[in-house]
Design a protein around this ligand. Structure first.
Ligand SMILES: Cc1cc2nc3c(=O)[nH]c(=O)nc-3n(C[C@H](O)[C@H](O)[C@H](O)COP(=O)(O)O)c2cc1C
Length: 190
């Protein structure tokens, strides 16, 4: 089981870092698996803690991939970190052990605090579509253009039928990022 969340960490100098990431359930522990290189990885190893934010504002996911990482935060309760002010709920983690890997180490973490802040209001297909598009946008260098186009065509159906203004804004940021990547690539190929 993997949940797509926003992970907040702090550098030893206090700088806040916000990144979308999958959190795995692993035998009573939470597991994060950042690909190297990763600021989240560096921060979690340095401070031995991280915060998982359950967030239905999909602009945070799209924003982090499009240079908009400055989202409001509040202090965490039990670790020296922060949570997203807009999170529906959050979980504070202490790093228990690391399974080393050259590409993708696994950070196994113990839950030390959890809190709810706002109600879950149900599934929205456009939110899921933005998360899928954000994953595509994070893999532009790996995926063929026709696969990306086919997936975006399908995701557009959910956007057209069910998006509100927040989802539309997040989607537009991602589409601009994908176009920008393509025009940069076309210029480099010319
Ligand atoms: C929904 C979603 C899930 C992601 N999950 C992961 C993950 O589990 N591990 C990872 O390394 N990157 C993941 N990414 C990509 C990272 O958010 C992105 O590469 C980010 O910049 C991580 O690097 P950082 O810690 O240096 O910010 C995910 C992106 C999205 C949109």
């Amino acid at each position: 089981m993997i949940r797509e969340v926003i992970v907040t960490t702090r550098a030893p100098d206090g700088r806040i870092h916000i990144a979308p990431m999958g959190v795995h359930e692993a035998g009573g522990l939470k597991m994060l698996a950042p690909f190297r290189p990763s600021t989240t990885l560096d921060n979690a190893l340095a401070t031995r803690c991280a915060v998982v934010n359950y967030c239905d504002d999909v602009r945070v996911f799209a924003g982090c991939l499009t240079g908009r990482r400055d989202w409001p935060t509040l202090p965490a309760q039990q670790v020296a970190g922060v949570r997203l002010a807009g999170a529906l709920a959050h979980t504070e983690l202490v790093l228990q052990r690391v399974e080393e890997d050259a590409q993708r180490p696994r950070l196994l973490c113990r839950v030390v605090h959890e809190a709810n802040h706002a109600p879950f209001r149900g599934f929205n297909r456009a939110q899921a579509a933005v998360i899928e598009a954000a994953i595509l946008a994070s893999r532009l260098h790996l995926l063929p253009a026709d696969k990306i186009d086919a997936e975006l065509r399908y995701l557009t159906i959910a956007m057209d039928k069910t998006a509100g203004p927040v989802e539309r804004e997040a989607w537009d940021w991602l589409m601009a990022r994908i176009s920008q990547h393509r025009s940069g690539k076309a210029a480099a190929d010319a």
